[in-house]
Design a protein around this ligand. Structure first.
Ligand SMILES: [Zn+2]
Length: 500
């Protein structure tokens, strides 16, 4: 692979479809200094705000390597969180009508020329060539084909739309894609999960009729509201960016789209602001800006309307009364309805989490290591009172029940998705083992002694589920829950289903 940096051909990158460049560290590193002229009480340093890079190391979530700068290496704990976030989205897609697709990582230069990336975005892309001339594809002109590593999924989704004849009845069509994307960030700026070269988006593209824009935006805003409610990330504001000075397309298209966005924003019932002239050159957009506990703002989700890419790819669907259809208008006139013609769909780029890596960084700092159970990479540990054979056997049986692998049947297992259930059967004192389990942040701590083996139960400490303002009595109730392994499994499943 060749790393090629080409100078900018014109200063457009900011306006080009950047769709969430995962940049900027979330918070500046706090420098703590003692000042000799300050009275001693003022010199007491405030604890630094959580930094996802430090927590990522402490909790064994991810690492990085000199051999692939800017590409996070997710360790088992981090991979669990990553997969649960993606899994969460997949579940929501069932309701929101998105169909997942799997698309190539490299495309020929010709595709990037068609999409406009070569012209506008080349400096942020990687070129891929074959190192073996005998395997290179040679074009008619005798040149070797060069490929580009994809920085975005949009052109690939346009190819899918174009692969079939489409009718107005088929629309809206919503594609989702979790492909890894690569963007050639400057090496000096790379850091943690926020300044990266490889990342994943919960990317989605909606191909819709002009008259469906408002409804699709409204649904996407609703999707975003529900998702951020689950993460308990606090308030966010919506910002509409309108037509810039330099734009492509018809003024009429722009006005129609901006008005549809404004109506959808009003209908959302949430406060929103306008960034006049800050839209992309191909269409207006809505950005979701989150405010963290320190008041610092982070852009996460995005919704962008695009009239240009469908035209570049000659996308069309057949509709009655095509001239009215294009303007987002309907008619009952049978004469007009009898005439069918091609109309270009409107494309909506949207990401709810944005970059999964970037959102993870935000969540790591927001929860400061105290994960909600459904995302917790350390969900349960079984601690034995001693290491006698019946106790250890019962602990292992309990672990198998929680993992869903407790079956002697000669058939594939149906795991419970609790991938991380640990057993501590060491001979150390019980109090020490429990203290360590709490320090590691396990959501459920199950204790097993000889009496539990006889009773077929386990003693569960679920105090991590107590709300922050819980009384001592309420906490006590969650401390000594006597359950069978199956009851504990049911308890854990309910917590996960409720995103607790
Ligand atoms: Zn896109």
């Amino acid at each position: 692979m060749l790393l090629r940096r080409v100078g900018p051909r014109w200063p457009l990158p900011k306006r080009f479809p950047v769709f969430l460049q995962p940049q900027q560290r979330l918070r500046p590193q706090t420098q703590l200094r003692n000042c000799s002229s300050c009275p001693p009480e003022q010199a007491t340093p405030k604890p630094p705000p959580p930094d996802h890079r430090d927590l990522g190391t402490q909790q064994e979530l991810f690492t990085t390597s000199f051999y692939s700068p800017g590409s996070a290496i997710f360790l088992p704990n981090g991979a669990r969180i990553f997969n649960r976030l993606v899994d969460f989205l997949r579940k929501q897609y069932v309701r929101h009508g998105f169909q997942e697709v799997i698309t190539p990582t490299i495309y020929k230069k010709a595709l990037w020329a068609k999409s406009g990336h070569l012209e506008n975005y080349a400096e942020d892309m990687y070129t891929v060539t074959s190192t073996s001339p005998s395997r290179a594809e040679v074009t008619e002109a005798g040149e070797e084909d060069e490929y580009g590593l994809k920085p975005m999924n949009c052109p690939g989704h346009c190819l899918i739309f174009a692969s079939q004849l489409r009718s107005y009845r088929d629309l809206p069509i919503r594609y989702a894609d979790f492909s890894p994307l690569h963007r050639n960030e400057i090496s000096g700026a790379l850091s943690g999960l926020t300044r990266v070269r490889r990342f994943h988006q919960d990317d989605g593209h909606i191909f819709c009729r002009p008259l469906q824009i408002e409804e699709e935006i409204r649904k996407t805003l609703e999707f975003i509201r529900l998702t951020y409610g689950v993460f308990r990330l606090g308030s966010y504001r919506l910002a509409l960016s309108t037509r810039p000075e330099r734009y492509m397309g018809d003024l009429e298209d722009w006005e129609q789209a901006e008005n549809a966005l404004k109506r959808a924003l009003d209908a959302s019932g949430q406060p929103w602001t306008i960034n006049e002239g800050d839209g992309a050159f191909y269409g207006p957009k809505i950005d979701i800006v989150l405010k963290d506990s320190d008041g610092k703002e982070h852009q996460t989700a995005t919704i962008q309307l695009d009239f240009q890419l469908p035209k570049r790819f000659n996308l069309e669907y057949m509709a009655p009364a095509p001239l009215l259809e294009k303007r987002g208008e309907t008619t009952t006139d049978p004469e007009l309805l009898a005439h069918y013609g091609p109309v270009a769909p409107v494309m909506i780029h949207r990401a709810v989490l944005g970059s999964v890596e970037r959102l993870m960084a935000l969540l790591i700092e927001h929860y400061n290591g105290k994960w909600p159970f459904w995302l917790n990479p350390r969900q349960a540990v079984i601690v034995t009172v001693n290491d006698t054979e019946p106790v250890v056997k019962w602990a292992q049986h309990t672990r198998n029940v929680l993992l869903g692998i407790d079956s002697d049947v000669d058939a594939p297992v149906s795991p419970t998705n609790f991938g991380a259930v640990d057993v501590d059967e060491s001979t150390r004192p019980l109090s020490k083992k429990i203290m360590e389990a709490k320090a590691k942040g396990y959501g459920v701590i199950a204790v097993i002694g000889l009496r539990d083996v006889a009773a077929g139960t386990i003693m569960v400490d679920a105090t991590s589920f107590a709300p922050a303002d819980a009384s001592e009595e309420e906490k006590k109730k969650l401390k000594g829950l006597k359950m069978t392994p199956e009851e504990l499994l049911d308890f854990m499943k309910k917590k996960v289903t409720a995103y607790a």
